[in-house]
Design a protein around this ligand. Structure first.
Ligand code: DON
Length: 306
């Protein structure tokens, strides 16, 4: 499809999302996120030729939540290389993002770096012996450089709200620590984890930040191409938790969701994409965001499978 048709297509997708009015339900287990109006939608596409296209509420910041796990994974892989895989697996879990049940059976090695248990381990790895403030600074620096935008910040109220209600994540962290797979204290790791999940971005910023996973963008050399492939493979197989198979089937390119309603997606060598709509489906993935990516892939023919 010619890129000239993208502006009209994005406007149609934006219109469809609003007409549909089946927004899904916002995440309520983090009280600050429960207050977000579900009837919002935005989409941004950055093509490798440098052109960008946006539609909907593109100026509204949202909580990137689990999408941040991609950036901590990139930093952890940069620091530990394949050694990271001694602490976390590369397999889809087939379970909810915050599931505990597999962790005991599998001796405290989380299935993959995108379920909460896995992201808690990668956060611990990136922390090493540093202070949370320095590690969060490093994550923000990576994001700001990737997006070429210094105006990306953490929403402290969201981080505090999750900390106050984060019993499930504390349970995961304590179990990981009992298995020797968490080197820092649970409090230190989760304080850092909640804060990187609480980073706020617009779809325009997130689509730009995702260019480093796309290949083909001039000047985007934040990580090597082997790592880009590894991260995209994990987003494809594990990026939507127990909805990952359906996402691959419907959309056909890698993506990572967050309970704030954001999805960051990559069409290798073609475009990076961010979509946001805060209402979620039963797997915790954006309802209208997924529908929008399905339509975008159908109408553009973008897919890694053919
Ligand atoms: O730890 C949590 O539960 C949240 N900070 C992140 C979960 C999340 O975004 C799952 N994604 N769909």
């Amino acid at each position: 499809m010619s890129a000239d048709l993208l502006p009209a297509l994005l406007e149609q997708i934006n219109g469809d999302a609003r007409r549909h009015a089946d927004w899904g339900r916002v995440a309520s287990y983090i009280p600050e996120l429960a207050c977000v109006d579900p009837a919002q939608f935005a989409i941004s596409v950055c093509c490798v030729d440098g052109r960008e296209y946006h539609a909907g509420d593109v100026g509204v910041g949202f909580s990137i939540q689990s999408v941040s796990k991609v950036f901590t994974l990139a930093l952890a892989l940069g620091r530990f290389g394949d050694g990271l895989w001694e602490r976390v697996g590369k397999e889809p879990s087939g379970r909810a993002f915050n599931s505990i049940v597999q962790l005991e059976v599998e001796d405290g090695i989380p299935r993959n770096p995108f379920i909460n248990a896995g992201a808690i381990v990668t956060t611990d790895a990136v922390l090493g012996s540093n202070a949370p403030r320095d590690t969060l600074g490093e994550i923000l620096l990576f994001l700001r450089e990737a997006a070429e935008d210094g105006d990306i910040h953490i929403n402290d109220s969201v981080a505090r709200s999750e900390y106050a209600t984060g019993d499930r994540n504390f349970a995961l962290a304590h179990f990981l620590r009992s298995c020797g797979n968490l080197h820092n204290s649970c409090d230190k790791v989760l304080g850092t984890y909640f804060h990187h999940c609480a980073i706020e971005m617009t779809t325009a910023q997130l689509a730009r930040a995702a260019r480093f996973l796309c290949g083909g963008f001039a000047g985007q050399r934040m990580i090597g191409i082997e790592r880009v492939r590894s991260i995209n493979a994990l987003m494809m197989t594990c990026g939507h938790y127990d909805g990952s198979g359906a996402f691959a089937y419907r959309v056909g390119f890698p993506g990572k969701s967050g309970v704030g309603g954001g999805i960051m997606a990559v069409v290798p060598n073609v475009a990076s994409i961010a979509v946001w709509s805060p209402g979620l489906d039963r797997y915790g993935n954006s309802q209208q965001g997924t529908a929008a990516l399905e339509r975008l892939s159908r109408d553009t023919g973008w897919s890694v499978f053919s």
